[in-house]
Write a protein that binds this ligand. Structure first.
Ligand code: TRP
Length: 363
């Protein structure tokens, strides 16, 4: 069986460092591993519309932002098919058939949907389109015969729901859909990069992010506001590293090379932590170090992004071609589904033969 990856994002804002370590970096790694036969990256604009239907411009404006950031971060359109969800009609058709297999009670029990309903203030009247987005996500996953879906923890319930749909479909209509598996990136902290104040997850809606196109000055300024240890007042004071956002970030981002380059007095992060805990190491030193590391990561992305902005015909072409390729694959799955369900009336000559056979003796 082919090894196929499907992932996606809602196009609702600029991408930030949390997206980079939480998913994009990992996607580039999987893409370049050469272990997968096909990789699909969905810009889930239809899904974004389920809670932004009053503000379609926000979604439209961010579609191209997503593509530009993907390419700037190293997604290679020759290896990864980037597509716009709304332009693949088979996905909507599959969603409609899968809806028969899922009860409203089951959708209401989905923990991620529950949290989002509260967050969006939908309690009293949940739009049915929104409630159904996990079903549409199951269509995204199965349309491309995904075997692996790299996701964050908040997406696990979506994958569970998808597996249930695949299971029901195959049981009722015969073996048709490929069963996907979830894949969680190993680094636990990277899956949930904290905000600058350490209180939340980095999130564009809360405005506490370092963006992948921030200038060097903006990055430095933001790192300087990071939460450290409120009891570490003087340089000589002993400090805490747990809950200290600067160290959480260093855990995720710094490598031995960074020490050689920017802090050669220390061998590695353990040594730096030890000094901080003992006392005698100032916050400014560790913040400057982190800022240098983040600049080293973000600068090339920002520069590549600027290059792409000067070459928008190319970017447009990438998503147009990717979407066309995705349509072919999704149409093939839809055909399988329609055959399994017996609604393939005009897709082959089976139906015509069948009705002729049925009324054969009538004349
Ligand atoms: N729900 C995902 C998110 O909010 C986006 C998404 C849409 C997705 N379709 C998908 C992720 C298919 C993986 C596979 O991040």
């Amino acid at each position: 069986m082919k090894k196929v990856i499907v992932t996606g994002d809602r196009p609702t804002g600029k991408l930030h460092l949390g997206h980079y370590v939480g998913s994009i970096k990992n996607r580039v790694k999987l893409q370049d591993s050469g272990e997968y036969d096909e990789i699909y990256l969905l810009i889930a604009d239809d899904q974004a519309l389920t809670d932004n239907f009053m503000n379609p411009k926000k979604v439209r404006d961010n579609v191209i932002e997503c593509v530009i950031f993907y390419l700037a971060c190293g997604i290679d359109p020759n290896k990864t098919t980037i597509l716009i969800q709304s332009q693949v009609p088979a996905l909507t058709e599959l969603t409609f058939y899968y809806m028969n297999l899922v009860s409203i009670a089951r959708l209401l029990r989905n923990p991620t949907v529950k949290t989002e309903v509260k967050l969006r203030g939908f309690q009293e009247s949940i739009p049915s389109g929104f409630l159904n987005y996990p079903v549409s996500q199951a269509a995204d996953i199965t349309a491309f015969d995904a075997t692996l879906v790299p996701v964050g923890e908040d997406q696990m319930p979506m994958l569970e729901q998808c597996k249930e749909i695949v299971h029901s479909f195959n049981r009722i209509y015969g073996n048709t859909l490929v069963m996907p598996n979830a894949y969680l990136p190993e680094n636990k902290v990277a899956r949930r990069l904290p905000s600058l104040d350490g209180k939340n997850k980095m999130s564009k809606s809360l405005g506490n992010c370092i963006y992948l196109d921030d200038s060097d000055e903006e990055i430095t300024k933001k790192v300087m506001t990071m939460y450290t240890d409120p009891n570490h007042l003087k340089v000589s004071d002993p400090g805490k590293v747990e809950g200290n956002v600067v160290f959480t970030y260093l855990d995720v981002f710094c490598t031995p090379e960074h020490f050689k380059k920017y802090l050669p007095d220390y061998k590695d992060l353990d040594e730096l932590k030890e000094h901080y805990i003992k006392g005698g190491l100032g916050d400014v030193t560790i913040k400057k170090f982190l800022a240098q590391i983040l600049i080293e990561i973000i600068k090339p992305i920002r520069e590549k992004r600027e290059e792409l902005i000067n070459n928008l015909d190319y970017v447009y072409d990438v998503i147009k071609k990717g979407t066309e390729k995705a349509c072919q694959k999704a149409n093939a799955t839809l055909l399988r589904v329609k055959e399994a369900m017996g609604i393939d009336y005009f897709d082959n000559n089976k139906f015509l033969e069948e009705i002729k056979e049925k009324y054969k003796n009538n004349n």
